[in-house]
Structure formats: C-alpha cells, structure tokens
Design a protein around this ligand. Sequence first.
Ligand SMILES: *[C@@H]1O[C@H](CO)[C@@H](O)[C@H](O)[C@H]1NC(C)=O
Ligand SMILES: *[C@@H]1O[C@H](CO)[C@@H](O)[C@H](O)[C@H]1NC(C)=O
Ligand SMILES: *[C@@H]1O[C@H](CO)[C@@H](O)[C@H](O)[C@H]1NC(C)=O
Ligand SMILES: *[C@@H]1O[C@H](CO)[C@@H](O)[C@H](O)[C@H]1NC(C)=O
Ligand SMILES: *[C@@H]1O[C@H](CO)[C@@H](O)[C@H](O)[C@H]1NC(C)=O
Length: 211
Amino acid sequence: MADRESGGCCRCCFSFIITLGLTSLFMWLSLRADNPKCTIKHFYLPVLDKTLNDSKNSSLIFELKLDNGNKDKGIYYDPINLTFYDNPNRSRLLGNFTIPGFRQGQNKKAKRIETLQVNTSLATARVSPNGSAVFRVDMATKLRFRIMFWKTKRHNLILSTSVEVDEHGAIPQRYQKKGFRLKSAAPEHGGGCALMGLLVGFMVLVLLNFR
Ligand SMILES: *[C@@H]1O[C@H](CO)[C@@H](O)[C@H](O)[C@H]1NC(C)=O
Ligand SMILES: *[C@@H]1O[C@H](CO)[C@@H](O)[C@H](O)[C@H]1NC(C)=O
Ligand SMILES: *[C@@H]1O[C@H](CO)[C@@H](O)[C@H](O)[C@H]1NC(C)=O
Ligand SMILES: *[C@@H]1O[C@H](CO)[C@@H](O)[C@H](O)[C@H]1NC(C)=O
Ligand SMILES: *[C@@H]1O[C@H](CO)[C@@H](O)[C@H](O)[C@H]1NC(C)=O
C-alpha cells in the first residue's frame, strides 16, 4: 500500500516534470526570434564604370535589403552602421554610412537605397586587369524584437560580406538576383541549440525513467 502510494507520487512528480519540460520547450519555440536576412542587392561605383569614363565621380550607390522572416515578431533597429573597405582584408577604409534606426513589422522586407562618397583612388587601385574588383562591407547594429506586448533587450547584429563588381562598376549579372548576403562570423543560435539539446536530453531521461 505504502509502495503504491509512493509510486503514485512519483508518477505525479514525473508528469509534472514532463509538463514543465514541454511548457518550457514551447515557450522557447515561440519566444525565439530569427535575425533578419541582410543582403547587398545593388552596389555601383560610377568611377569604375568603363562605359561612363568618369574618373572624378566619387559616389557609391548601394541597396541594402533587410528581410524579417519572423511571422509574429517585429524588429526595432538601432542606427545601422555600414563600413566599406577596399578589399576583403579590410586594409583601408573606402567610406562609411549610417542608416537611421527604424521599426520593421513581422514578415516584412525593407529596402534602403543610399549614396555615399568614397575614396576613389583607393577604389580604382583595386581594379584587376579584367575590370573586376572585390570590396568588403561590414554592418553593425543592435536590434530588439517585439514579442506580443513586450520588447526584448538589445542584441548585437554584426555581419559582413565581400562584394564583387565588374567592369561596369556594378554587381556582375550572375550575382544580381541573389545579391551578396551579409553573414555573421559567429555561429548563430549557438545558445538556442544548446538549450534545445539540454531540454530534449532531459525529456528523454524523464521518459526512460517513467517506463
Ligand atoms: C575618356 O575621357 C578621356 C579624358 O576626358 C578621353 O581622353 C578618352 O578618350 C575618353 N575615353 C572614352 C572611351 O570615352
Ligand atoms: C556620379 O554618378 C552617379 C550615377 O551615374 C550620378 O547620379 C551622379 O550625379 C554622379 N555624380 C557626379 C558628381 O557627377
Ligand atoms: C585616399 O586614400 C589614400 C590612401 O590611403 C590617401 O593617401 C588619400 O589621402 C585618401 N584620399 C582622400 C580624399 O581621403
Ligand atoms: C577577373 O580577374 C580576377 C583576378 O584577376 C578574377 O578573380 C575574376 O574571376 C576575373 N573576372 C572575370 C569576369 O573574368
Ligand atoms: C555605430 O556608430 C556610432 C557612431 O560611431 C556608434 O556610436 C555606435 O555604437 C555604432 N553602433 C554599433 C552597433 O556598432
């Protein structure tokens, strides 16, 4: 009798633990948020455009696309710092630009087309004999996610990509559709994955004990 009672208590305890585990799993699944996808869609240096023959023009025109793929979470962007370097190793600064912060709704895409002035002598020095050149773009901002009625704390978003241009000073045809995706040097959601693994491991343990 005493044995059965303690068994019942254990069962109760285990189902409580399972419920707790499942609840935290679902909480985590619904609270986790994906970083936006950020892509350089256009990148044009008139000074490198052989059809223009304009060696004085120091404009750099670029388009940044920000894609919030979260179905139920808005994003608040702090000012977005973009830094342009003359080659993939970031040796010399071409120029920089800051896009003012803004709010992006769930499942929304945003496009920013901007112009800045760059160091043309650095840009032209990078051109290879066939007219192509490779530059580097770094992006740094902080973002908060809006989850239902509250905002998360600020997360760093630090991304980078190489951008290739052809003899027209623009992204070559074959890359135009996709553009150049800005990527993180650090693996994303490392913490999330670890937490998920822990939870799953814990649940398996509980289920094994339960049998
Ligand atoms: C480019 O401009 C320079 C100087 O303005 C001129 O000498 C040259 O012929 C031009 N080249 C082309 C292809 O238009
Ligand atoms: C540089 O080139 C761009 C694109 O062709 C043009 O819009 C801009 O007016 C030019 N700037 C100067 C100073 O000529
Ligand atoms: C462009 O960069 C070169 C090399 O770093 C530097 O000597 C030059 O002063 C720069 N030009 C401008 C306008 O900043
Ligand atoms: C141009 O030359 C560079 C290096 O010299 C090379 O990486 C690139 O693939 C070439 N581009 C084309 C379109 O041939
Ligand atoms: C962006 O640049 C501003 C001004 O230099 C700086 O105060 C801010 O911390 C930068 N933001 C990030 C995320 O690095």
